[in-house]
Design a protein around this ligand. Structure first.
Ligand code: NAD
Ligand code: TYD
Length: 349
């Protein structure tokens, strides 16, 4: 039986990856290692928590001896590394938290994998999950490819770029078998309501202002989270060692257009008159260092591994909005406590 460690499996993307692996691969034992920070939530996994091939391990990847002992104890055959501090605005407030988890945490995992697989790396794989934000910002034209130079602008993207470089360096220096993917903005169920789409869905439901940064003319490429999880499955099993793949949704939207679309979907769902939710749109102070545009050329993973998104943006948004409307307990639970403090500091100062 293969033992696969998934880090950050209680978070947004991680929970979808854990679910896919646990339900699809009964021959694997899946270990979900997560520190359960504000972003980690075991409620995301209630439907699979009792599966015999699933084990949850609470722990912090920044704890070197804990990680080293864990690898010795469980003898993992593969690692899918998603644990991270993931929010750009929080990275602007507290860059060091991002250095600790994203850089030092990743190097702890790399060291443990390298040691465990030193004498037999056959069939082993370290899969690092990263972001397109490492490439910096595009102008109006062009796409990020796998050969685009790294040019990170935020403390978040700088920490992810650093972790990507360490993964490659361990591949080159120690022969660690790795694959790496850089993905565009995800959306979908279980997304913590600090990021644009779930924040705005929650604020529309609760009739709060929709804080659009700057003029709203910033562009992101959006991918449904389940399609990211499908890509991760494919790359983990069929990706070539020491290769990187860009993953994207072929789905660019200016923030303000996306917000208008969300408002009209929510008007329909909530039985409001057309245009009512859009009245909540409020232009606020811009994010410092705000990247103008991200857009991905996902041609490599498409041509080499045959991956493409399985749902349209319309279908994905429909699933997402319905999920939030049907999971008000989840939303209420994550928007109390720490969230209220964060919200006040970020939006009401
Ligand atoms: P998230 O913030 O929702 O979840 C992160 C998870 O990591 C949480 O469960 C948290 O508890 C856990 N974690 C944080 N610090 C930890 C630590 N020190 N030790 C152990 N666990 C820890 O993030 P997400 O959006 O699901 O992103 C997952 C990964 O995918 C990240 O590496 C992120 O950089 C990458 N990524 C995200 C996106 C996106 O749009 N969200 C796009 C591309 C890549
Ligand atoms: P976000 O969801 O934080 O993802 P990222 O910064 O990693 O792309 O933000 C997506 C876009 O939405 C980005 O251009 C910033 C903008 N944004 C707002 O305008 N208002 C907000 O309150 C948030 C959280 C984001």
């Amino acid at each position: 039986m293969k033992k696969i460690l998934i880090t950050g499996g209680a978070g947004f993307i991680g929970s979808h990856v854990v679910r896919l692996f646990v339900t699809k691969y009964s021959e694997y034992q899946i270990y979900n290692l997560d520190a359960l920070t504000y972003a980690g939530n075991l409620e995301n996994l209630v439907d699979i928590e009792n599966e015999p091939n699933y084990t949850f391990l609470k722990g912090d990847i920044t704890d070197e001896s804990f990680i080293s002992n864990l690898f010795e104890k469980y003898q993992f055959d593969g690692v899918i590394h998603l644990a991270a501090e993931s929010h750009v605005d929080r990275s602007i407030e507290d860059p060091m938290a991002f250095v600790k988890t994203n850089v030092i945490g990743t190097v702890n995992l790399l060291n443990a994998a390298r040691k465990l697989w030193a004498n037999n790396a056959e069939g082993k794989r370290f899969y690092h999950i990263s972001t397109d934000e490492v490439y910096g910002s595009l102008g109006a034209e062009g796409l990020f490819t796998e050969t685009t130079s790294y040019d990170p602008n935020s403390p978040y993207s700088a920490s992810k770029a650093s972790s990507d470089h360490f993964v490659r360096a361990y591949g080159e220096t120690y022969g660690l078998p790795y694959v790496l993917t850089n993905c565009s903005n995800n959306y979908g169920p279980n997304h913590f309501p600090e990021k644009l789409i779930p924040l705005f869905i929650n604020n529309i439901i609760t009739n709060k202002a929709l804080p659009v940064y700057g003029d709203g003319n910033y562009t992101r490429d959006w991918l449904f989270v389940v399609d990211h999880a499908r890509a991760i499955d494919l790359v983990f099993h069929e990706g070539i060692n020491h290769e990187t793949y860009n993953i994207g949704g072929f789905n660019e939207w200016k923030n303000i257009d996306l917000v208008q679309l969300l408002c009209s979907i929510m008007d329909d769902k909530l039985g409001r008159v057309a245009g009512e939710s859009a009245k909540l749109i409020t232009y606020v102070k811009d994010r410092p260092g705000h990247d103008l545009r991200y857009a991905i050329d996902a041609g490599k993973i498409n041509k080499q591994l045959g991956w493409e998104p399985s749902v349209t943006f319309e279908q994905g948004l429909e699933i997402t909005v319905n999920w939030y409307l049907n999971n008000t307990d989840w939303l209420n639970n994550v928007t109390t406590g720490e969230y209220a403090t964060y919200y006040k500091k970020q939006y009401l100062k």
